[in-house]
Design a protein around this ligand. Structure first.
Ligand code: C5P
Length: 218
């Protein structure tokens, strides 16, 4: 038994949704609450890690954790890159918007009797980019899917050069205080868990990460 299995490790955690502005008043976003990412940041801290949390959620900042608030996916990307080189691991629990409105209107969009068409363009895939730039960092990604969970999880693990992927059914995790997850490791190992409070899920993810650090000899 090691009381501080992540002692001294620099861990970057992202949490919450991103918000993609349409005009000065409105944005497009998703239902991510940030609870899972915050629980992971706190569990990593309890396990001895030095944690930086980059978040799009407006939950209270956890104590003892450097917390940076961001809005859009591009803001999150910039902030994550600032901390990437020195990080020992990145856990990307954030639900990053894949698309943003092509233009942000500088004044409020007024309603008319007709339809409003908004062109959306792709955001950077932060985790994919981290995977391409990866040196010694361990990368942990999340997959929230409504269909073909395992197939998509395995694809993501490979495509994004991840060490560990946490898969949960989209209807299971969002906004709840519990989550039911399966861990997929790059080694091919798979570990399924019962439904648990997010605090316990976070501890399982940190345990898995500690195991990966041990195996990598770092
Ligand atoms: O491909 P998908 O979006 O389902 O992958 C989810 C994982 O990728 C999550 O860990 C999420 O934080 C990350 N991601 C990202 N940037 C995006 C989209 C997803 O970092 N634009």
């Amino acid at each position: 038994f090691t009381p501080s299995p992540l002692k001294g490790k620099k861990i970057l955690v992202t949490a919450g949704p991103t918000k993609e502005a349409l005009d000065p008043i409105r944005f497009l976003s998703n239902h991510s609450s940030g609870k899972m990412g915050y629980a992971i940041a706190e569990a990593a801290r309890r396990a001895g890690a030095i944690v930086t949390l980059v978040t799009g959620a407006s939950l209270e900042s956890p104590s003892g954790i450097k917390t940076v608030h961001v809005r859009s996916a591009r803001d999150m990307y910039d902030e994550v890159l600032k901390h990437y080189e020195e990080a020992d691991a990145v856990i990307k629990a954030a639900a990053v918007a894949d698309y943003r409105p092509e233009t942000i209107s500088s004044s409020k969009i007024k309603k008319t009797d007709g339809q409003l068409t908004v062109t959306m363009v792709r955001n950077p895939d932060i985790l994919l980019e981290l995977g391409k730039m990866k040196k010694n960092q361990l990368l942990v990604g999340f997959a929230a899917e409504t269909d073909h969970l395992e197939e998509n999880a395995l694809k993501k693990l490979e495509k994004k050069h991840l060490d560990l992927l946490v898969a949960n059914h989209a209807s299971d995790g969002f906004g709840n205080d519990t989550n039911k997850i399966t861990l997929y490791f790059s080694s091919g190992k798979k570990q399924a868990f019962e439904r648990m409070p997010k605090k316990r899920v976070a501890e399982k993810i940190c345990d898995a990460l500690a195991g990966l650090f041990e195996m990598s000899g770092n």
